[in-house]
Unconditional design. Structure first.
Length: 304
């Protein structure tokens, strides 16, 4: 939308913040308004002049006569001013209608801010603009302002359409130039792509050979690992068998040891039993018994 606006209104901004064309239209309307305002003032002046010519023919008047003349003058002036204000309102409505009709042909929706109509700063700015445009004796009206006439709706639409078409054609030429540049870049990119694809194929072939050699090396390593694994499993199985055999021998040795210990205990008991049954054992026991009795007697004697 900004680009389209610049295409449609390429003029620099003037004093009222509008482009030169629109400012000229504002000047035309202000000239029309000044003309209507001058007619209204002349009508008011004529009302007072008519009162002077028709009623002020005597030298003295009563209060009632003066009040009657002023009331009549007020009525006439009020009617003239009201009629002019109503006509000005209707004229502004017709002007807005023309502008809105032109906007609707381009599917635009214009908005107005009524509060800005009482903006004192803007009103003073318009007054200064009117003063600079119409009270300067050295300033000559431009050729566009000699015959103030609003452009017909169809012609205005055609002008905007022509400007739009011209802008679009200019943009189309720019796009064509850009398209040629893009085509050149695309051709260069395709050539680069072909070169890269060729380099990629060569690299893939080299990688394929390297991959074949690597697969052979991997196969040899896998075979060696499998052989080592078999040897390790065999060694592990042998170690497991030896360990199991040693454990069985240890259990057997423990059983034999316990059996020997039991036999030894029985033999000791049997030997002790046989020793107690011998004559030497019985004689020794009798001697020990006698010695014990003698010791007891000696202790008794000593105690006495």
């Amino acid at each position: 939308t900004d680009y389209l606006f610049l295409c449609l209104y390429p003029y620099p901004q003037a004093e009222l913040g509008l482009n030169e064309h629109h400012q000229n239209e504002v000047i035309n309307y202000m000239r029309f308004a000044r003309f209507k305002r001058g007619l209204c003032l002349k009508t008011v002046d004529s009302c007072f002049q008519d009162l002077k010519d028709s009623r002020l023919v005597e030298e003295t008047f009563t209060v009632d006569e003066v009040i009657d003349m002023l009331d009549g003058l007020r009525t006439v002036v009020h009617s003239e001013v009201e009629s002019e204000l109503i006509n000005t309102t209707y004229t502004n409505v017709l002007l807005l209608r023309q502008l809105f009709s032109q906007a609707e042909k381009w599917y635009l929706k214009l908005q107005t801010d009524v509060s800005e109509l009482e903006n004192r700063e803007l009103l003073e700015q318009v007054a200064e603009f009117e003063k600079s445009e119409f009270t300067s004796s050295s300033k000559k009206p431009s050729a566009d302002l000699i015959k103030p006439k609003l452009a017909p709706l169809n012609e205005g639409g055609s002008e905007l359409l022509n400007k739009t078409v011209a802008c679009l054609q200019e943009e189309n030429e720019k796009l064509k130039i850009r398209l040629k540049t893009i085509e050149t870049q695309a051709t260069t990119a395709l050539d680069e792509k072909a070169k890269l694809e060729k380099s990629l194929r060569d690299l893939q072939m080299i990688q394929g050979d390297q991959k074949t050699n690597a697969n052979q090396d991997i196969t040899e390593l896998e075979n060696k690992v499998a052989a080592l694994k078999c040897q390790f499993e065999k060694t592990l199985n042998d170690s497991t068998a030896n360990q199991k055999f040693l454990e069985e021998n240890l259990v057997t040795a423990k059983h034999d040891l316990l059996k020997v210990q039991d036999q030894l205990s029985m033999a000791e008991k049997e030997l002790e039993k046989k020793f107690q049954q011998t004559a030497a054992y019985r004689n020794m026991k009798e001697i020990l018994t006698k010695k014990n009795e003698q010791i007891k007697d000696l202790r008794k004697k000593l105690s006495k």
